[in-house]
Structures are given as C-alpha cells and as structure tokens.
Design a protein around this ligand. Structure first.
Ligand code: KG4
Ligand code: ZN
Length: 359
C-alpha cells in the first residue's frame, strides 16, 4: 500500500511516499526559511506564494525518488488543518486535483496527528512499537499540546498552551536578542556554552487545568532582563552579522554573543525544558501511559532530549529522528495509513480548517 502525503500547513512544502505506513520511500521538504528569515517570522502571504511555486516540483520529486507513478498510489493524503489557511489550501487543492484526475481516494489528515504518527511509524519500523495508552507531547512553533493516545488512535486532549507555543517562545526570544529565524535551532546550539542556573525564571502557578502551559510570562521575563542590561550594541552586532550572512555558524554567533547572553539562553532553554517535561510526566502518570511520545519541531532540541533521557521515566520516551520532528509529509502519509485501512476517505469538497482541533 503506497500513500503520497502532502504537507503545506506553515512554511515548508513537503511531499513523501510511504509504504505500508512504515517505510519512507521518499521525503522531500522545501523550506521557506530564507524567505521568512529576514522578517523574523512566517509572513502568511509570502508563505502561500512560495507553496504555489514549490508544490508541483516537490510532489514530482517525491514520486520520482520513490519510483512511484500517480496511478500506483492507493491514496493521497493532505494536511487539512490546523495551520495558515492560505498555505493549507495550496497542498490540499493540489491533492484534490490529483485525486480527481487519477481517481485516487483523498485522505484528510490533521497536522498534529501527523506529528504523533512520525513517532508511531518510526517505533514500528524499529521493532519497538508504541504501547498504548500513550501520552503525547506535541511541541512546535504552532502547538504545545498534551494528548492521551489510546489503541486505535483515539485522542483526548489533556492540556495545551494558553498563549504562546514553546517553539514560538524560542523564536520570539531569539528575535528579541537579534538572532535569526527560526530561533529554536540557534538557541539549541548556543545554550551549551551558557550556565543554565545563571538566570532564575519563575513560573506563575496555573489556575484551572494543571496540565496547561503558559510561555508568555517567560517571554516577558526575558524582555525585562534584556531591558535591564543595556544590550543595544551586541544586539546590533548580531543583526549586522545576519545582514552579511543569513545563516551564521555557531562560531560566528559566539563571536558576537557575550557570556551573560549565553547564560540567558541556557537559562531560558532550561526553563522551557523543565516546564515541558514536568507536565509531560504528570500527563503520562494521569493516564497510566505505557509510552511517552514527544514530537514537533521543538522535539529536535538536544537539551530536551538529554533531559528526557536523564529523567529516567518509568516508560520508554520516543522522539522522532530530527528529519521527522519538524514539518514533513512522511508523517502525513503515515497518519493516513490506518485511515486507508478503515476506508476513511474525504470528499473532494472538504475545506481547509485553520483551527482544526485533534481532540
Ligand atoms: O513542527 P515545526 O516544523 O512547525 C510547526 O508546526 O510549527 O516546528 C517549528 C518550530 C519553530 O518554532 C522552531 O524554532 C522550533 O520548532 N525548533 C526548535 C528546534 N528546532 C526547531 N526549537 C528548539 N530547539 C530546536 N533544536
Ligand atoms: Zn508542525
């Protein structure tokens, strides 16, 4: 069974062919980073224009790499939401037109479910499948959600961020300090040079659901710290570096980043990691999880991976390989596989949904 997955919910145009829900025959991702980098975040109008430019060649390349023709496909899966509506529309409409032209069924996939299936697919392939019930932490630029995942891929929302997503906090802090976009990978690379206990961040106690997150207070605390430090010159030096070279190396960043800022980055990243893992653990305990899944762009973070490992959770903790952590289409094709078995096909008039919930 071969499924072509198409993903275009944010700023990556991606296509992938996955066989039997576990073998990735191809996974092509066209990133728009260079387009949005200079604006310090995703510009929706530019994103949809870039998707339009990339969608046809990206799908063609995914099919070619997989040695698959359109008529050999058992289904085409596309992300239907959540995401930027103008971006979603490009991938979804292209998927619909291919389905219509070739008489192939369409499967609509929720982007968050895709992130969870990146881990389910890889664990199956590795011969150590996720055991259910599982708890899933989906943590990216757009989401910070905790779910219970039961047998048969049934989801229940346990908690989510009330304001910024964790990846968004990484990106905003990086932008504030004059680093590039996306900020997560840059902070990840520089944090090991700082002292994570140098700046103490305290989190307000959450009222209501104890499994909800909030990162806006942390972002404000970083802003206050920056305002108290007289940092204009070093921030300008980093902006100048980016104008010269849009993707500086760690060494180049280090040359324009004094120790106090490295300490701040380490302390900020540490605070985020503690928040994520504390609530992930509480969620896993609350549903008596047999596996903890961590997925989404922030799951690439090496500090988070190391902290999860040294936390010695009493159940396995699975992260996707880095290429399947950030947005990709293999996860969309993987999430579609059980739907194909259930013949859960979408109508060709299905609409993209910017705020589509998973549960
Ligand atoms: O899953 P993703 O590609 O797109 C969304 O669905 O949002 O995640 C992108 C987010 C960005 O906010 C980026 O800064 C963050 O993931 N990210 C990281 C790392 N790599 C990507 N955050 C922390 N550490 C990383 N290594
Ligand atoms: Zn994502």
């Amino acid at each position: 069974m071969r499924i072509l997955g198409i993903e275009s919910s944010c700023d990556e145009t991606a296509a992938s062919v996955v066989e039997d829900g576990e073998t990735v025959l191809s996974s092509v991702v066209a990133s728009q980073m260079s387009t949005h980098g200079k604006y310090g975040g995703v510009v929706p109008e530019l994103a949809s224009r870039e998707h339009l430019r990339a969608i046809v060649p990206v799908v063609r390349e995914a099919l070619e790499q997989a040695g698959t023709r359109l008529q050999d496909l058992d289904a085409i899966a596309a992300t239907v939401g959540p995401g930027l509506v103008g971006s979603l529309l490009v991938g979804l409409t292209y998927a619909k037109s291919l389905c219509f032209a070739r008489g192939v069924p369409l499967i609509a996939v929720n982007h968050i479910e895709g992130h969870i299936h990146a881990v389910i697919m890889e664990s199956k392939r590795a011969g150590t499948p996720v055991a259910f019930p599982a708890a899933a932490l989906v943590v990216s630029g757009g989401h910070t959600h905790l779910f219970e995942v039961r047998e048969g891929f049934q989801y229940r929302l346990l908690g989510k961020t009330r304001d910024d997503a964790a990846g968004e906090a990484f990106d905003k802090v990086a932008k504030l300090l004059g680093f590039g976009y996306p900020g997560g990978p840059i902070i990840d690379r520089l944090a090991p040079y700082g002292d994570q206990s140098a700046v103490r961040f305290t989190f307000a106690k959450m009222k209501g659901n104890a499994l909800d997150f909030s990162f806006s207070g942390l972002k404000t605390a970083v802003l206050r710290w920056v305002e108290s430090q007289d940092m204009e010159t070093e921030i300008e030096a980093r902006r100048a570096l980016r104008r010269e070279n849009p993707v500086p190396s760690s060494e180049e960043w280090l040359a324009v980043t004094p120790q106090r800022t490295l300490d701040l980055l380490a302390s900020f990243q540490h605070a985020v990691i503690v928040e994520l893992l504390t609530r992930a653990r509480a969620s896993a305990e609350s549903v008596e999880a047999r596996t903890l899944i961590v997925s989404g762009g922030v799951a690439c973070n090496s500090g988070l991976r190391a902290a999860a490992e040294s936390a010695r959770f009493p159940y396995p903790v699975y992260f996707p390989s880095p290429g399947l952590s950030t947005d990709n289409a293999a996860m969309i094709a993987a999430a579609a596989f059980p739907k194909l078995a259930r013949r859960e096909f979408a109508s060709l008039d299905i609409a993209a949904q910017a705020n589509l919930p998973l549960a």
